[in-house]
Design a binder for this molecule. Structure first.
Ligand code: PLP
Length: 347
């Protein structure tokens, strides 16, 4: 019988590989999901509209310009279906969210990948890459897997340079975590533009990854199109109930935001003292830099042997790195200690 490397690893006790919130959702969200189960014999009539209204109310946005979906991924897939046809070009940053090229290819689109500026999307590079065939420019802000971000002024500069018939998609899956003073997800930019769509999610800071809830804010015609090409009943009732309750529990949001930042800074501080570099992050994960690909691979295996799962990316640009999602303090302390032991053993 063949035994794979994964079979030989001990079971994982620290899952720091998928950027979920280690704090989970608000308990009110779980209660609301549980309570809604009594009604699952019926179609969730109007549930998506109710959630869009709640999101609009909370953020002070126009409800008619919001569409909800099963995670940001669902909305991105629908946006690409609507806006990218055979031979059209998508411009994106080369080492950004890896799922996005698939959505373009699925519609016959061509993917133009622009080299990063030291792990940050290059605004100049993206502007230079736009051609007459470009229909969509995609930017994750903050970016995954780098954790870096573009300041508000840079996003506005990118938008100002785009022709009116090019759609700018801002994927702000980690917006709620970002604390930099010059960061802004771009709600005002969407409000005042006819060609910007912004996506946010309940999967990350709200801790509802398993419920699959995301939303997009954009021009009315774009939002109508995305809604029309979605399912008749696009959202499961318990997921909508959970998201609405989660939105109301801003004390939980504030707690998670504060804890996450403190845990990230403490973890990076410890790694820095070990002589290991962390890429500055505005999210709930951090990219750890090793001297080379072999060292990154052996460190990830050493962590896995201690039951700690972190993520290595396929992209050659990230060969020397691995990504650690921000876990609980004991998980991060164990990760740092395991890495310290591994580095000493490897000397
Ligand atoms: C940048 C980015 N966009 C979108 C997603 C998808 O999130 P969702 O769970 O909302 O589909 C992820 C998930 O990791 C992500 O990192």
């Amino acid at each position: 019988m063949l035994v794979s490397a994964a079979d030989e690893l001990p079971p994982a006790w620290a899952l720091l590989n998928s950027n979920e919130s280690v704090f989970g959702p608000s308990r009110h969200a779980k209660d609301a999901a549980r309570a809604s189960v009594s009604g699952i014999g019926r179609y969730p009539e109007g549930a998506d509209a109710a959630l869009a209204r709640a999101i609009a109310g909370f953020h002070g946005l126009d409800q008619d310009r919001i569409v909800v979906g099963q995670g940001t991924d669902d909305l991105l897939a629908r946006l690409f279906r609507a806006y990218l046809g055979q031979g059209d070009q998508l411009v994106r940053s080369a080492n950004g969210y890896l799922k996005v090229p698939n959505y373009a290819h699925a519609n016959g689109g061509e993917v133009v990948s622009v080299e990063d500026d030291e792990l940050t999307p290059s605004v100049d590079g993206m502007i230079a890459a736009v051609t007459g065939r470009t229909r969509v420019v995609y930017l994750a802000n903050p970016e995954n897997p780098a954790g870096t971000y573009l300041p508000k002024a840079e996003v506005e500069r990118l938008h100002a340079a785009l022709p009116d018939d090019v759609l700018l998609i801002l994927d702000c899956a980690y917006a709620e975590y970002a604390w930099a003073d010059d960061y802004d997800p771009g709600h005002d930019l969407v409000t005042t533009s006819a060609n910007v769509v912004l996506c946010q999610t309940f999967s990350k800071l709200y801790g509802l990854a398993g419920a699959r809830v995301g939303w997009a804010y954009g021009p009315k015609d774009a939002v109508d199109t995305v809604r029309r090409i979605g399912l008749t009943f696009p959202m499961a009732a318990p997921s909508v109930a959970a998201a609405m309750a989660a939105l109301e529990d801003q004390a939980h949001v504030a707690f998670v935001r504060k804890e996450n930042r403190a845990l990230l800074e403490r973890f990076c501080g410890r790694l820095t003292r070990l002589g290991v570099d962390c890429v500055p992050s505005q999210t709930n994960f951090v990219l750890v830099r090793m001297p080379g690909a072999a060292q990154s691979e052996s460190a990830v295996v050493a962590l896995a042997e201690r039951g700690i799962r972190v993520r290595r990316m396929n992209s050659p640009a990230y060969a020397s790195f691995f990504r650690v999602s921000i876990g609980l303090q004991n998980e991060l302390d164990a990760t740092a200690s395991a890495l310290e032991c591994h580095l000493m053993e490897a000397k």
